[in-house]
Design a protein around this ligand. Structure first.
Ligand SMILES: C[S@@+](CC[C@H](N)C(=O)[O-])C[C@H]1O[C@@H](n2cnc3c(N)ncnc32)[C@H](O)[C@@H]1O
Length: 294
């Protein structure tokens, strides 16, 4: 699927008003829960916490590509085509991302979040950063480039963890090789500094940045696995919880709260306010992105 189509998919996503545009296609048939159950038991993906309307639209879109109209037929198709499961995941788990996505948010990180943490960091401890829902890696690499560019690696020790539920995007993240359109929001001078151009026109991240990051598969709902990350100073979880229903958002955000140190930061995407969830986080800066502090 091209990035352009991914982008359209993302814009298509309802931002809170799930009832909007509810058409016949948004009504599940009785086999829909069976499909979700199957994805859970056979593939270890539990999509029951995702917004149902969005899920239905996405799965129906995939079914339409195959000219399948009922969930029962689609389940049958899944059983007979091993690769279909991966295609379905690609449709459900929106993985749109890019380097320095929402540049103003990164300015906030550069000017207000990281300097404060570095100032307060105990000299014998590293600052621990988690990119949760990192997709193909552009977000954690952006963090590492930003730290390198600002010379902060000389002022404090950092550990960057990056995770996603989808192994396919994680494999791409680990490879660290990107096409031109991943850099739409990136200063070309920065790309020259941290990437090498390949013969096929793609750009490969330098080892200097690649080696700063530990990648792993992690489901944000899985509290016992999340707790293995230990204490954290910053959690980036941008453009991920927008796809979850409110009850699930609460679980995930409380997992973040439990992991963050006092004064630690949670950064969400600009349409991912926690206001309606009444969490213990304090809202910090509103300009473009949601920055919360414990
Ligand atoms: C739109 S991308 C966001 C990427 C990046 N954070 C950004 O803002 O550019 C959303 C990512 O969240 C991941 N995701 C969705 N549900 C998840 C879950 N339950 N646990 C972990 N990652 C999840 C998807 O696989 C996808 O790669």
């Amino acid at each position: 699927m091209s990035d352009e189509i991914d982008e359209l998919d993302e814009l298509d996503e309802p931002t809170g008003d799930d009832g909007a545009g509810s058409a016949a296609e948004d009504v599940p048939d009785t086999e829909f829960p069976r499909l979700l159950e199957k994805l859970h038991t056979e593939h270890n993906f539990d999509f029951r916490q995702y917004k149902e309307v969005s899920l239905l639209r996405r799965i129906r879109r995939r079914m339409a590509q195959l000219h399948v109209t009922s969930f029962a037929t689609y389940i049958h198709y899944l059983d007979r085509n091993a690769d279909e499961y991966k295609a379905l995941l690609d449709v459900i788990l929106i993985n749109v991302t890019r380097f320095f996505r929402d540049p103003e948010a990164w300015n906030q990180v550069r000017e207000r979040v990281l300097p404060r943490l570095i100032e307060e960091a105990a000299s014998n401890q590293s600052l621990r950063i988690w990119s949760a829902g990192c997709s193909s890696g552009e977000e954690p690499y952006t963090i590492a480039m930003l730290l390198q560019q600002a010379g902060w690696y000389d002022k404090a020790a950092f550990e960057i963890f990056a995770s996603d539920i989808n192994q396919a995007v994680l494999a791409k993240a680990r490879r660290g090789q990107y096409r031109e359109n991943a850099f739409r929001a990136t200063d070309p001078a920065l790309r020259e500094r941290f990437f090498a151009r390949d013969a096929d026109g793609s750009w490969k991240i330098s080892d200097e940045i690649r080696n700063r990051i530990s990648f792993g598969r992690l489901n944000l709902y899985d509290e016992s696995r999340v707790s293995l990350l230990g204490h954290l100073d910053v959690v980036f979880c941008r453009n991920v919880i927008i796809y979850f229903d409110d009850a699930s958002k609460k679980v995930v955000v409380s997992n973040f709260y439990n992991r963050l140190v006092e004064g630690g930061y949670l950064l969400l995407g600009h349409s991912e306010s926690l206001i309606s969830l009444s969490t213990q986080f304090k809202l910090r800066h509103l300009k473009n992105d949601m920055v919360y502090q414990k």
